[in-house]
Design a protein around this ligand. Structure first.
Ligand SMILES: [Zn+2]
Ligand SMILES: [Zn+2]
Length: 282
């Protein structure tokens, strides 16, 4: 069995949609002997202060500010507690930073953080891709939704105050995976190239998010072809993460992610400390 080297994208119960405590996640990461392990709880800043009401109780990320700050505080304690057994990378998954720039910068300026994943979970003014009913959308509406998704992702990359771009092509988890609607990403080739070039020029990276391998989608976010495209454009900074939301998923798919990275032309993967990339040879 391939040794699991790293897991750079995981959630604890400081994320409203995750199950297990940060301590339980660290315990498992220590048990697995990960060289690099990051906790990256959600901080969807467009929901920073909002509290759930009976009508919105479903919207998982409401009040993200208090969740995120509690996560960072506990991670700081756990890093010390696990010192010698696990080198905890203090991280956060920053969602939609441009939808609440002031709070986004409060997070990006937090000196305790080592690592920030920049993610796009919802287009401006629209619900999380998780909540949308794709069966009711015409092909043109679906196309516009994805076009907006990539455009807003590109804007986020131009802003660039994060370390790696999270799960590019995230909406395909639902559109292709859950609803079985095929999407040809070639249609978005130019804007995806622009996203990659922007990240490369800013010294930022992407991740291989392996969560799709254990879901109906059956592939990583993004797919092998896009990871290869990123490499061909000169991309060198690549992290791999399971996006585990519970202990049993920690480290899941990392071995496959590493094989995929190698096949795409990578001979190293990255982890971050104080926002500086460090590399592990494959
Ligand atoms: Zn995410
Ligand atoms: Zn995540």
């Amino acid at each position: 069995m391939d040794k699991i080297l790293l897991d750079m994208h995981t959630h604890s119960s400081h994320s409203p949609d995750a199950e297990d405590s940060a301590a339980a996640m660290c315990e498992r990461a220590a048990e697995l002997g990960l060289t690099a392990y990051a906790l990256t709880d959600h901080c969807d800043v467009n929901f920073w202060e909002k509290a759930p009401t009976p009508e919105t109780i479903d919207a998982m990320m409401y009040g993200s500010g208090s969740y995120a700050l509690a996560s960072i505080a506990e991670q700081t304690q756990l890093r010390d507690k696990y010192s010698g057994r696990l080198d905890l990378i203090i991280g956060i998954e920053l969602g939609q930073p441009l939808q609440n720039m002031e709070k986004a910068e409060l997070i990006t300026d937090d000196p305790r953080l080592d690592f920030i994943i920049g993610s796009h979970h919802m287009n401006a003014g629209v619900d999380d891709f998780y909540y949308l009913d794709y069966s009711k959308m015409s092909p043109a509406e679906l196309d516009r939704l994805l076009e907006n998704c990539f455009t807003q992702t590109l804007e986020m990359c131009r802003w660039g105050r994060f370390d790696v771009l999270g799960h590019l092509t995230y909406p395909l988890r639902y559109i292709c995976g859950e609803y079985g609607i095929p999407v040809d990403t070639d249609r978005y080739h130019d804007i995806i190239c622009e996203i990659f070039s922007t990240l490369i020029s800013k010294g930022k990276g992407i991740e291989i998010n392996t969560s799709g391998l254990r879901q109906k989608y059956g592939m990583t976010f993004p797919t092998f072809e896009l990871v290869k495209l990123y490499r061909q454009l000169g991309g060198e900074i690549l992290t791999i993460g399971s996006d585990a939301h519970r202990v049993p998923d920690l480290g899941k798919g990392i071995a496959e992610g590493i094989e995929l990275a190698k096949a795409a032309g990578f001979d190293k993967v990255a982890y971050f400390k104080k926002h500086e990339p460090h590399f592990l040879k494959l």
